[in-house]
Design a protein around this ligand. Structure first.
Ligand SMILES: [Zn+2]
Length: 271
């Protein structure tokens, strides 16, 4: 079974030590692969910091050096996580319905990260897992796949057979397994929308799910021949949360054929 770890919100403000504290144990594993959702030009306001209106991640030389090393070791894949992560009023960044604005942001952000880290970026995580119809279309137009927990609610992303079908499949699966999921939602399989592939992610909620309960969800997804992506924030990994994550990892590792993947591998494999 293919399994992904996704970590969000890495930006100019991230210290390498924070990532090392959160993931050092994982990087020591033989086949560890971590999908890092990176904000290229972070908005300080969004993260209760002070500074210029946008802070480019390239200005944090220590972090860039650390990430380049992890990329070289094939431990980290860079995923695009919005442009600045800034919300506008009640709308999150990629809930905008202005296609040009979103397309310009994706192009600039993607080119910047690709140049900075010497990589090719093929996946996108929308800030706050929130996206509009225009956002979906522009991500696809810019040849990115989607790694997110987007409900694809027709009232937000517009009506189409494929989007509707994905929305209702997610709803039906989650209602059927509501006890196991404790009311949370997930779609176990890879989907195709526009020209992109989309994998639903499950948030790491250590206060709600024990490692065994989370593992039971993974096994349920496995039975559906699905792929499981666990979405984590490095800043939530205090000692207790980290221990639970390690325990979850060990349980998943015990599954026959468990494989920890980069997003590009699962999307490419099924393209
Ligand atoms: Zn985020």
């Amino acid at each position: 079974m293919d399994f992904l770890f996704r970590d969000d919100d890495v930006s100019y403000f991230t210290k390498p030590e924070e990532l090392q504290d959160a993931w050092g144990w994982y990087f020591n594993q033989k086949e560890a692969k971590l999908n890092l959702a990176v904000i290229p030009f972070v908005s300080p306001v969004e993260f209760s910091k002070t500074g210029a209106s946008e802070e480019a991640i390239g200005k944090n030389a220590l972090l860039v050096g650390y990430l380049k090393e992890k990329i070289k070791e094939k431990k980290v894949e860079i995923i695009l996580h919005g442009y600045s992560h800034a919300s506008c009023g009640k709308r999150f960044e990629f809930e905008s319905n202005n296609p040009k604005e979103l397309s310009d942001k994706i192009k600039k952000a993607k080119a910047y990260l690709e140049e900075l880290f010497g990589v090719k970026i093929t996946s996108f995580v929308p800030p706050h897992n929130a996206i509009s119809a225009a956002g979906l279309k522009e991500i696809s137009r810019n040849n990115l796949n989607l790694l997110s927990a987007v409900p694809l609610n027709p009232s937000k992303v517009g009506f189409s057979f494929k989007k509707h079908s994905a929305y209702f499949k997610r709803l039906i699966f989650s209602i059927r397994h509501r006890k196991l999921l404790k009311g949370k939602f997930i779609h176990p399989n890879l989907q195709v929308l526009h020209n992109m592939q989309y994998l639903d992610c499950f948030n790491f909620l250590p206060e709600l799910f024990t490692p065994q309960e989370l593992f039971n969800i993974v096994k349920c997804v496995e039975q559906k021949k699905g792929i499981f992506c666990l979405s984590v924030h490095y800043w939530q990994l205090n000692e207790s949360a980290r221990e639970k994550l390690e325990e979850t990892f060990e349980l998943i590792q015990s599954l026959k054929g468990a494989r920890f993947c980069f997003a590009s591998e699962i999307f490419k494999a099924r393209a």
